[in-house]
Design a protein around this ligand. Structure first.
Ligand SMILES: [Fe+2]
Length: 511
């Protein structure tokens, strides 16, 4: 066998011969290619050299040698008991562990012509642990990467879906539309949900995948920042810039919707408006995807959700930052923001025609208890009914000047209470439960064995039994999270929701 240092391997080239680990494990077949990442991975697992067979006989000898060590008969100590079983060349047990090899035994073996004995190497001696952990990590990096969504012309907003003339975006025009009762917005076309990349919920994501997703999110956040800054400055914003943000968001949902939900579960109370706009769009798009809307419709829903609170820019900062109760006058100021919002979206030419409605109606309630007009549910656009759920949830889960954030679980419970009071659309909240779980994705929970876990994926059937990553046990943080599907049966279950206390970390922790 030829020994080849791992550093001397040429990544990306087809291997002319198979490669073996010293334990006898075949690492690569002839014709396979190692990626540079895999070469690095070998080194990381302290596999510094590999073995290449020169012939079949050479390989057979190597495999025997890898598994067993030769001991000469005369070297067996007469005073100490054997520390392992001893075999002949064919693998037949000759002497058991613990036996003391007396002269008489030795003579007998010699009479049978046995002078070479063999001891099986232990897995530690063979380095089997290092090779197994290498193989497990290699399986993770070899998993196919989620593909990005392909956008076809049919998925884009059509001219008839857009507001042709921004001058027509007025409060009166929106009200006329509401009164006409034309509230189109049922799912149509191919559901975006069909394109979601199916992931194995119990396999951790690749490091580079997580890095890529985080970088994507940061890039999108930068673009959100630019659009909001322009709107705050009273500039006109090209509709394509908002479309670009919503497309990036939809790509993230298709690639890994659970991860995206976890990424936005870490809140930023500073620059609330900007983060709230993006988070609301994320939640609304996830709900819309679950409800079976098409790619183009999800884009439109995200668009409206993203802009619905833009009118807040006009509410005086001292009112928005006020820690105490608002006076009736201040409250009226805040409740004007859907109307101010209409003025802002006028500055986005060619925006989807549903967006002014969403902006205007996202604080209406199904029981006529909302504002600005106190319309009943049937006169609230379906997209606004989605957007309002997303809006309430994000507001509840974020620290505000007048109250601390609720835990995600408490916020979900609050949504259910608002459904019971007929304020929110039950179908919409149900869809949110399906995609985000009762113990929402990204939130922390205590399990029945007293471990602390983070929810990594909703269970669409049993909302209380999601997939979780156990992060700590008996008060100690685990070296690597353990993924568990609580819906797969077994006794382990969620006892209660908890704040991350001491386990705060990156948005991708547990993934
Ligand atoms: Fe609002």
């Amino acid at each position: 066998m030829r020994k080849v240092p791992v550093q001397g391997l040429r990544p990306e080239e087809r291997l002319p011969d198979p490669l073996y680990h010293r334990s006898g494990t075949r690492l690569y077949d002839r014709g396979e290619r190692l990626t540079p990442e895999e070469v690095e991975l070998l080194a990381r697992h302290r596999i510094s050299e590999v073995h290449v067979p020169a012939s079949d006989e050479d390989l057979a000898g190597f495999l025997c040698e890898a598994q067993r060590r030769v001991v000469r008969l005369e070297d067996l100590d007469e005073r100490t008991p054997l520390t392992s079983d001893v075999f002949d060349a064919d693998g037949t047990l000759l002497l058991s562990q613990g036996v003391v090899v007396h002269q008489a035994m030795r003579d007998k073996l010699r009479e049978r012509g046995i002078t070479t004995l063999y001891i099986r190497r232990s897995s530690a001696e063979r380095g089997l642990v290092e090779v197994q952990s290498f193989e497990a990590d290699r399986a993770v990096i070899r998993r196919p990467r989620p593909k990005l969504v392909r956008w076809e012309a049919a998925d884009d907003l059509r001219p008839e879906d857009r507001v042709a003339d921004s001058a027509q975006v007025t409060e009166e025009a929106v009200q006329r539309q509401v009164e006409s009762g034309r509230m189109e917005g049922s799912p149509e076309g191919e559901a975006l949900a069909r394109h979601l990349v199916e992931r194995d919920p119990l396999s951790p994501r690749r490091e580079d995948e997580l890095r890529e997703r985080n970088a994507d999110l940061e890039e999108t956040a930068g673009r959100v920042h630019q659009v909001y800054t322009a709107l705050e400055a009273g500039e006109t914003v090209d509709s394509d810039r908002v479309t670009d943000i919503t497309k990036r968001l939809i790509n993230a949902i298709v690639a890994d919707h659970s991860l995206l939900l976890a990424q936005v579960s870490l809140k930023h109370p500073e620059r609330y408006l900007l983060h709230h706009a993006f988070n609301t769009a994320v939640y609304a798009s996830n709900i819309a995807t679950t409800l079976g809307y098409s790619k183009r419709q999800v884009l439109e829903i995200a668009y409206g959700a993203f802009l619905q609170d833009v009118g807040m820019i006009q509410v005086p900062a001292e009112v928005l930052r006020k820690p105490g109760r608002l006076t009736p006058g201040e409250r009226r100021e805040v409740e004007r923001h859907p109307v101010h919002g209409i003025n802002y979206v006028q500055r986005v030419p060619l925006l989807p025609s549903s967006t002014p409605l969403v902006v205007y109606q996202h604080h209406e309630r199904m029981d006529k208890g909302g504002y600005p007009r106190g319309r009943p549910g049937q006169l609230v656009h379906p997209f606004a009914r989605i957007s309002m759920v997303a809006d309430v949830y994000d507001a509840l889960t974020t620290d505000r000047p007048y109250r601390k954030a609720l835990l995600p679980y408490q916020s979900m419970e609050t949504l259910l209470r608002l459904v019971a009071r007929k304020q929110l659309d039950a179908r919409v909240v149900r869809a949110f439960l399906v995609c985000n779980s009762l113990f929402p994705v990204g939130s922390h929970v205590i399990l029945s064995d007293d471990s602390v876990a983070r929810v990594t994926r909703a269970n669409p059937e049993v909302h209380t039994r999601p997939v979780v990553a156990i992060l700590a046990r008996s008060g100690r943080r685990l070296e690597a999270p353990e993924l568990r599907d609580l819906g797969a049966g077994g006794d382990l279950q969620i006892v209660r929701a908890t704040a991350p206390e001491g386990l705060e970390g990156a948005a991708t922790d547990g993934f």
